[in-house]
Design a protein around this ligand. Structure first.
Ligand code: AMP
Length: 282
C-alpha cells in the first residue's frame, strides 16, 4: 500500500534517510485521474529506482480557464489503488495551500519554448507547469523524473529548464500510451460522451497520415499540412486549434522536412480540448 503524504516537511523527512542510503528516488508528477498512461510512467520509475514517489496535485497555476480547473476529474481513491498496485512507495498529495501558502511571487519560465504550439493559446500555462515541476523537484530531490511524450511541449520545456538551471535530475521521456483505436489516453477523455469519443480518433488518424506521408518521401510541409487538415475538415464536429510541424527541440515551425520533426496538434471535441503528437524522421 502506498503511503499518502500531505505535507512537504513530512515528505522531506521520509526521503532524507533514503537519499542518504544512496537509494535512487524516481518522481512521477501527475494531476491524478490516473490511467494506463500514468501507469506506464509509474512502472518505468519502479523498474529504474529503489523508491518511487508519485505526486497527485491539480496545479492551479497552469490552468488558463477557471472552468477547466473546476471540472478537472478528481478520483483520488482509485488513483491511490493504482499507485499501490504499481508499487509506488509514497503518494505526495498536498492541498493547494500547502504548495502555495501565499501568492506565488517567484516563477520559473522558459518563455522561448512557451510561445509555440499550446503556448500560443494558453498564456501562462507552461510557466505554471515549469514552476510547479521545479517546486516538486526541490521537494523530492529525485534522481530521475518521468514525463510522457504525449505532452511533447511540456517535456521539452522541462528538459530545457533542468538543463539551463543545472537541476541535478535526469528527465526520462516515456512513450505515449494509446487506446486500441489510436486515441492517446488522457484524463480529459473522461469528459467525452460516446459520440465525441468516437470522433476524437480523427486526431491520431490525421497525425498518422502526416507521418505516413513523410515515411513515403513527402518533404513539403504545405502538402503534409493540407493532407492532415483535410482529415479534420471531414469532421466538422472537431475544431482544429493548431497543427504544427516543428523542430522537436526549439518548437519553431520548420519549412521543409530534412531532419526529425515534431508533428503536434490540438483539437476541440465539444467542450473538451485534446492534444497529441508524433515524431517523424525523414
Ligand atoms: P497529467 O496528470 O495529465 O498532468 O499527466 C502526468 C504525466 O503523465 C505527464 O508527464 C503526461 O505527459 C503523462 N501522460 C499523460 N497521458 C499519457 C499517455 N497517454 N501516455 C504516456 N504518458 C502520459
Amino acid at each position: 500500500m502506498s503511503e499518502v503524504v500531505r505535507s512537504i516537511a513530512a515528505l522531506r523527512e521520509l526521503l532524507l534517510p533514503i537519499r542518504h542510503r544512496g537509494e535512487s528516488i524516481g518522481l512521477v508528477p501527475t494531476m491524478g485521474a490516473l490511467h494506463r498512461g500514468h501507469r506506464r510512467l509509474l512502472e518505468c520509475a519502479r523498474e529504474e529506482n529503489g523508491i518511487v514517489v508519485a505526486s497527485i496535485f491539480v496545479n492551479p497555476l497552469q490552468f488558463d480557464r477557471p472552468e477547466d480547473l473546476e471540472s478537472y476529474p478528481r478520483t483520488f481513491e482509485t488513483d491511490l489503488a493504482l499507485c499501490s498496485e504499481t508499487g509506488v512507495h509514497f503518494v505526495f498529495a498536498p492541498a493547494t495551500a500547502e504548495m502555495y501558502p501565499q501568492a506565488q511571487l517567484a516563477w520559473v519560465d522558459v518563455p522561448a519554448l512557451g510561445e509555440y504550439l499550446c503556448g500560443q493559446r494558453r498564456p501562462g500555462h507552461f510557466r505554471g507547469v515549469s514552476t510547479v515541476v521545479m517546486k516538486l523537484l526541490q521537494i523530492v530531490e529525485p534522481r530521475r523524473a518521468y514525463f510522457g511524450q504525449k505532452d511533447a511541449q511540456q517535456l521539452v520545456v522541462i528538459q530545457r529548464m533542468v538543463h539551463d538551471l543545472n537541476v541535478p535530475v535526469t528527465i526520462v521521456p516515456v512513450a505515449t500510451v494509446r487506446e486500441d483505436d489510436g486515441l492517446a489516453l488522457s484524463s480529459r477523455n473522461k469528459h467525452l460522451n460516446r459520440q465525441e469519443r468516437q470522433v476524437a480518433t480523427v486526431l491520431p488518424r490525421a497525425l498518422n497520415l502526416a507521418k505516413e506521408l513523410v515515411d513515403q518521401g513527402e518533404r513539403r510541409v504545405d502538402a503534409i499540412q493540407a493532407a492532415a487538415r483535410a482529415v479534420f475538415e471531414r469532421h466538422p464536429e472537431v475544431r482544429l486549434e493548431y497543427l504544427s510541424i516543428a523542430d522537436p527541440e526549439t518548437l519553431v515551425p520548420v519549412e521543409s522536412i530534412d531532419r526529425p520533426v515534431l508533428i503536434a496538434a490540438a483539437v476541440w471535441v465539444g467542450s473538451t480540448r485534446l492534444i497529441d503528437n508524433v515524431t517523424v524522421s525523414p
